[in-house]
Design a protein. Structure first.
Length: 235
């Protein structure tokens, strides 16, 4: 393994721990990263809780969800979320799937999730909701194959977040850091919105504010500062 890939996998492990520490994931949930040396492959932990993932748990898959590294570890059943999204969005490098309890209410009601705070603008203004029932009927709500994964990816479209009715959400980013931070601040933004709605009329970010705040949030200064803080909490 070359130094570049090793550093990437180390970052992937840290991202698992960050997401767990920030309560975005618990026993369930996962984050992947595309292989920079082969865009048709991605790295993802074996089926293990994010808080205890280590480098030895990382597996390599093709976009169809097949293990390509000879690993005998048990893979996540929902790895197809990652392969299908990476397949549909060549510019995306990392995908987070989680079951944040602050986010789920917006996928099962008529109240849309909207950007409400400047650090949460990166979630976008028009967040789609994917309902597995629409095309697959009664299921356990898990994404268990590429057909379901591609249907999810189609609903995501060009957005940064897709809600999954009664299940959770999937979040994308151009890097591990970006996907992780978007997932963290998605949960924060959803929590603030839930707290604000009972108080009266909510003033959400305007389209222009959403764009400006997103650019600010994804700048090197903001990403590196937030990443340094969040990783310090788990080291």
């Amino acid at each position: 393994m070359d130094d570049k890939i090793k550093a990437l996998l180390d970052e992937l492990v840290i991202a698992n721990h960050v997401l767990a520490n920030e309560k975005v994931v618990d026993s369930f949930g996962h984050i992947s990263v595309r292989n920079p040396e082969n865009s048709e492959h991605y790295f993802l932990s074996c089926s293990r809780s994010p808080e205890i993932v280590c480098c030895e748990d990382i597996m390599e898959f093709d976009l169809e969800g097949n293990s390509v590294d000879g690993s005998t570890l048990r893979p996540y059943g929902e790895r197809f979320i990652h392969g299908a999204i990476l397949e549909s969005r060549p510019e995306i490098q990392s995908v987070v799937h989680n079951h944040s309890l602050s986010v789920i209410p917006f996928g099962v009601t008529n109240t849309p999730l909207k950007p409400i705070i400047h650090t949460g603008a990166a979630i976008g203004r028009d967040i789609p909701i994917w309902d597995i029932y629409d095309n697959f009927g009664d299921t356990d709500l898990l994404v268990r194959n590429m057909e379901q994964g591609r249907d999810l990816a189609s609903t995501l479209g060009g957005a940064s977040v897709v809600l999954m009715r009664g299940h959770g959400c999937s979040v994308v980013g151009s890097s591990i850091k970006e996907a992780t931070l978007t997932a963290v601040y998605l949960q924060i933004s959803a929590t603030v919105q839930l707290q604000s709605i009972p108080l009266g009329n909510v003033r959400y970010l305007t389209p222009g504010e959403t764009e400006e705040c997103t650019n600010m949030f994804y700048s090197d200064l903001s990403v590196d500062r937030a990443w340094e803080n969040l990783t310090a909490r788990v080291k």
